[in-house]
Write a protein that binds this ligand. Structure first.
Ligand SMILES: [Zn+2]
Ligand SMILES: [Zn+2]
Length: 347
């Protein structure tokens, strides 16, 4: 039997989120039921709910940073047991057959991965996200949360953590590499912590110096304001890799001027309007402009294990469901240090 659970979602585009009841499907052979304990608030939730990334389907329950406890399993489940601590990130299924899926890059599935919310399962079922008291997911798309990670702090790793871990690893952030992180919000502060733990020499490029102390505490060696034109002379040609976590338009050419010969500027933030850049900014130093989107299942597990091993967790503010709409406004105003996490007991 399907289960009815309390959730918080938007009844229509641009409408505030409100408490609602949604159905979770009956457990299939390979499904697990998760008692959701915490759900992180990602900027993508806000873009989607507010129709900023194209028309969404309503009612819409967002949330793709889900942490909880397995409370029931289908007959064929072998990967998880009742009582296990598990997480769900940005997708809940993929075709499992294409080259991307076979190589562990399920996020780039050629058939199209099934997003955790504002998406439709291959079966036609509407996927609703994690701002809910319970969630049903295929066992292959749930991650194991190491016991040393507190569940509330583990939640944001499922999107913010993997979004920066995957490119840092792909572009070889590590000892002897100079990495700059543009923007120190939900994604950026995790990028600083993870890149530093990987052994890279980390610099933060933030609009102002207001988060300088935090940046150094998170592991950055240097911190510069992009509002100061001198930053661009001082740091010209300095970085092997720059990861841009800002979800607004940045000056791509100016940022590329800070990249070393053969270095890369990697975008993980997606602004509403297209960026512009000049080819000269790239060809003058054989530089690369690249992008990256979350990570695959195996890599997400690797990231969780890495964070547990290196004792890395996001800075969070736990809120009750009643405060979600206010929290959204604060995220948009960059007034959060550094991630809101909803206590699912209040949903
Ligand atoms: Zn996200
Ligand atoms: Zn696939």
């Amino acid at each position: 039997m399907a289960t009815t659970v309390s959730a918080w979602g938007a009844p229509a585009g641009k409408a505030p989120l409100e408490k609602m009841q949604i159905e979770r499907r009956e457990l299939g052979e390979h499904d697990i039921y998760i008692d959701v304990k915490y759900a992180g608030i990602c900027h993508s939730d806000i873009h989607t709910v507010r129709d900023e990334w194209g028309p969404a389907n309503y009612p819409l329950v967002p949330g793709h940073e889900i942490a909880g406890v397995v409370s029931a399993v289908g007959n064929g489940v072998t990967l998880h047991q009742v009582g296990d601590l598990v997480g769900v990130g940005c997708f809940v299924d993929s075709c499992r057959e294409c080259a991307a899926c076979r190589e562990g890059d399920q996020q780039y599935c050629e058939k199209g991965m099934v997003g955790t919310y504002n998406a439709t399962h291959y079966s036609g079922e509407v996927a609703q996200g994690g701002y809910a008291q319970g969630h049903v997911v295929d066992e292959n798309y749930a991650l194991k949360i190491p016991a040393s990670l507190p569940l509330d702090k583990a939640a944001p790793l499922l999107c913010a953590g993997i979004t920066v871990y995957s490119p840092l690893k792909h572009w070889n952030a590590g000892p002897g590499k100079r990495v700059a992180v543009v923007g120190m919000g939900g994604l950026g502060h995790m990028a600083v912590k993870i890149a530093a733990a990987m052994g890279a020499d980390v610099t933060v490029l933030s609009q102002s110096l207001s988060k300088l102390e935090d940046g150094l505490r998170f592991g950055a060696k240097e911190f510069y304001a992009t509002s100061d034109p001198e930053t661009f002379t001082t740091l010209a040609g300095s970085f092997d890799m720059i990861i841009n976590t800002v979800a607004a338009n940045i000056d791509i050419n100016a940022t590329l001027s800070l990249v070393k010969r053969n270095g890369s500027l990697v975008l993980v933030g997606a602004p509403e309007n297209p960026d512009t850049y000049s080819a000269f900014s790239l060809i003058g130093g054989r530089k690369s402009l690249a992008g990256s989107m979350i990570g695959g299942i195996e890599e997400t597990q690797e990231m969780l294990d890495f964070c547990a091993e290196h004792n890395i967790t996001p800075e969070i503010e736990v809120i009750s469901a009643e405060s979600i709409n206010e929290a959204y406004d604060r995220v948009v105003a960059s007034d959060v240090r550094y991630r809101f996490v909803i206590d699912a007991a209040t949903i």
